[in-house]
Ligand binder design. Structure first.
Ligand code: NBP
Length: 484
């Protein structure tokens, strides 16, 4: 019988063979790699081999030592298990049995601060740890996801080509690049998911405006989204919105969307994005509104208690359906630009905070295919950052500035109409308020500072002095001002 070492034929190992892990393992095999397979319960490994074993070269294993023995050195092991404690358990088991130079890749949706901690611990043991964000769901995992690997640049030399090969490609360019050190890949994936929340909320609001503002049916709105997908809004999410709206429920014969419970769930990456943004001081209002909108939809007690409350006198519905539909599409586009602008600002802030040196334009490049937020206008975002790597906000890049200028009147009309009709549009209206706040010369923050100084002697700066100089007014005394 040969020793385990002589059986080391696999270039990559995947442990965790639920839907994502199985599909990624098959994707590697489809590209000609020999893939070592492992799962805590062997039944999943066997189910994968039974159903798809003929698609490529797989090596079955039941235990971690057997799994590792099947891998060429330096070993590359991709973990695709549930994020959190299960991931830590698997990392520990692997690290105990792996050797210097081997690479552990966490492809799950891990919190980036966990990845920072794990990378440090694994590095200290002489191994490489790569936290790779993977987007695209099960279909992307199988046919080409967008991959966001963070970790030591050295490990990317041996791992990068494999990941790039199995990733989606747009115009021949892989949707995978080395993001930066330690937690940067999972951070970028987290913000990606946050933008996804925002994008979906805006789409939901556009749907509701057409439904309640114009009385359109689901199939009619599906047509409209189909049309929108041929223009600037061209994106995966717009495309699948049309598909979902077209779907008829077999049981009732009604549009499926009309029988789905209107309580949105969440797995937590949107919430993580907002928490991180709060810590970094980045106003990601669109993502926050989207997270809260999902929470509100699930606030069943409050929704039941308030059904039928006064709406006040509502305005008349738009009479020119075509014009209103066009307005909604423009408001959606402008709000979407704001959502991405905020997300990219968060990536820039995270990169600065953690010294990751992330190139924002590269993120736009690798999100063009494979992932859930893939969209035509990501090309424009890439161009904007190529032209100006230190761009303060996407909103000022010439293409987006002009796009908003072309949409602004429609955007305002939609927010006004929705307000008059009592249709909730937290995403559209907060995006417009964000835009208006940024371009406003004098914000009421001056009054906030005055109030803070009044009750807490928190001091304030003056417009006619250096920003670093602070002043305090003797509010309870003679109200004279003194420098502090
Ligand atoms: P799940 O997140 O449902 O995890 C199931 C896998 O985790 C199974 O292989 C299970 O093994 C394993 N596992 C668990 Br649970 N506890 C374990 C433990 N203590 N030790 C070892 N293995 C353990 O699978 P998934 O939906 O395929 O997602 C995998 C990862 O990819 C997750 O981190 C997820 O967040 C991420 N992700 C998912 C998607 C998506 O669309 N689903 C998209 C992008 C990223 P068992 O078979 O023995 O129970």
């Amino acid at each position: 019988m040969s020793s385990p070492e002589t059986n080391a034929t696999a270039q990559i190992g995947v442990t965790g063979l639920a839907v994502m892990g199985s599909n990624i393992a098959r994707n590697f095999a489809h590209h000609g790699y020999t893939v070592a397979l492992h799962n805590r319960s062997v039944s999943k490994t066997d189910a994968l081999l039974d159903a798809h074993g003929s698609e490529g070269k797989f090596v079955r294993s039941e235990t971690i030592p057997e799994f590792l023995a099947a891998l060429e050195k330096p070993r590359r092991v991709l973990i695709m298990v549930k994020a959190g404690d299960p991931t830590d358990a698997v990392i520990d088991e692997l690290a105990d049995a792996m050797e210097e130079g081997d690479i552990i890749i966490d492809g799950g949706n891990s919190l980036y601060t966990d990845t920072i901690r794990r990378e440090k611990a694994i590095r200290e043991r002489g191994l490489h740890f790569v936290g790779a964000g993977i987007s695209g769901g099960e279909e992307g995992a199988l046919n080409g996801p967008s991959i966001m690997p963070g970790g030591p640049a050295e490990s990317y030399k041996s791992l990068g080509p494999l990941l790039e090969e199995i990733s989606a490609h747009v115009d021949g360019v892989p949707c995978c690049t080395h993001i930066g050190p330690d937690g940067s890949g999972h951070f970028v994936k987290m913000v990606h998911n946050g933008i996804e929340y925002s994008d979906m909320q805006l789409i939901g609001e556009a749907y509701q405006l057409l439904r309640d503002g114009l009385g359109k049916t689901a199939p009619e709105i599906a047509e409209i989204f189909g049309e929108w997908n041929k223009g600037d809004l061209d994106s995966y999410l717009i495309e699948i919105t049309s598909e979902v709206l077209k779907q008829v429920d077999a049981k009732t014969g009604k549009p499926l969307v009309d029988v789905i419970l209107d309580e949105a769930e969440q797995k937590g990456t949107g919430r993580w994005t907002v928490k991180s943004a709060l810590d970094l001081g980045v106003p990601v209002t669109g993502i926050a509104e989207a997270v809260f909108a999902r929470a509100l939809s699930g606030s069943v007690t409050q929704r039941k208690a308030t059904t039928g409350l006064a709406s006040g006198s509502l305005g008349a519905k738009p009479t020119d359906a075509e014009k209103f539909t066009d307005d909604v599409s423009k408001a959606l586009y402008a709000s979407k630009i704001v959502a991405y602008a905020q997300g990219f600002n968060q990536i820039q802030a995270g990169s600065k905070e953690y010294d990751w040196n992330i190139t924002p334009g590269d993120m736009a490049t690798i999100w063009r295919g494979g992932c859930i937020i893939r969209a035509k206008f990501l090309n424009r975002i890439k161009e904007a950052f190529d032209d100006e790597p230190e761009l303060a906000t996407l909103i000022v890049a010439p293409y987006f500035r002009e796009a908003i200028e072309a949409a602004i009147d429609s955007w305002r009309r939609v927010v006004v109409t929705a307000t008059e009709l009592g249709i909730p549009i937290p995403g559209f209206s907060s995006a417009l308020s964000y835009y208006d706040a940024l371009r406003t010369e004098r914000l009421p923050a001056a009054l906030t500072q005055g109030l803070r100084d009044f009750f807490g002697a928190h001091t304030y700066g003056r417009i006619d002095e250096e920003p670093s100089k602070k002043f305090h007014t003797q509010w309870s005394g003679d109200r004279s001002e003194s420098p502090v």
